[in-house]
Design a protein around this ligand. Structure first.
Ligand SMILES: [Zn+2]
Length: 249
């Protein structure tokens, strides 16, 4: 199936909701988690990505997060992010649900973004509950290996969902509501392996919507998708957006 098939689906099956995973950001130079070259091949998630690890040794977790936050901050949105923002501006995307914490959809111009795994936008102090913006956290990290709360001295926790933590309930509720409303759920750069996000396609299909997938490699839902493009989101999505752009006389 072709990009024109994808553009036709987006035009005909409204509202369209997009679900993105790590694959949409790899073209911005951000490593994914689960592939053989991904982050969790190098860092044991139980040692660096779990809430228990953070409670046990937050400094060790920050030794992993500090360079990661720096890298995410320096990364730029790629053509896939920009195309999704354009599709929203054109009225073809109602909202975007993302597993990514990197803020690149927002920086690309997407407005309706549901971040089910949280983001690096803020960090919270486990001691006093104060919340700090990314710029403040970067400021603290410029002078320390881990950011200590200026008010009480505890080490801040990034507001991303760690292993062993529940997803933000408001975000996941909104994601499920969007998936049920969607006549088209467009999955980009996710192998749909991680629940509860991997349950979203069933919500769409269960209410009469259809599923389209743009992903490198197989996903658990390929056989249930009306369209699957095995390819690069940064190439496919700009072509789809171009096909949907109004023609000027
Ligand atoms: Zn504090």
């Amino acid at each position: 199936m072709s990009v024109s098939g994808l553009a036709a689906l987006i035009r005909e099956r409204q509202p369209c909701v997009v679900l993105t995973g790590a694959g949409v950001s790899t073209e911005s130079g951000i490593p994914d988690f689960r592939s053989p070259t991904g982050l969790w091949a190098k860092f044991d998630p139980l040692e660096y990505g779990s809430i228990e690890a953070f409670r046990r040794d937050p400094r060790k977790v920050w030794s992993f997060y500090k360079p990661r936050v720096a890298m995410l901050t320096e990364a730029e949105p790629n053509p896939a992010h920009l195309a999704l923002a354009e599709l929203e501006q054109l009225g073809f995307v109602e909202a975007l649900v993302t597993q990514n914490i990197d803020l690149l959809h927002e920086r690309a111009g997407s407005r309706q973004v549901v971040e089910v795994h949280g983001s690096i936008r803020t960090s919270t102090c486990p001691g006093c509950g104060r919340r700090y913006e990314l710029a403040q956290v970067l400021d603290l990290l410029a002078h320390a290996d881990a950011p200590a709360c200026p008010s009480c001295g505890w080490l801040l926790k990034p507001d991303v969902v760690f292993f062993g933590e529940l997803l933000a309930p408001a975000a996941i509720d909104r994601a499920y509501e969007l998936a049920r409303r969607a006549r088209l759920l467009l999955v980009v750069g996710s192998a749909l392996e991680v629940y509860p996000v991997a349950g979203l396609p069933l919500e769409t299909i269960g209410t009469g919507g259809v599923l389209a997938i743009v992903n490198h490699g197989p996903t658990g839902f390929d056989s249930q998708a009306v369209l699957k493009i095995d390819g690069s989101a940064g190439e496919v999505l700009p072509q789809a957006a171009a096909a949907l752009r109004p023609r000027r006389a």
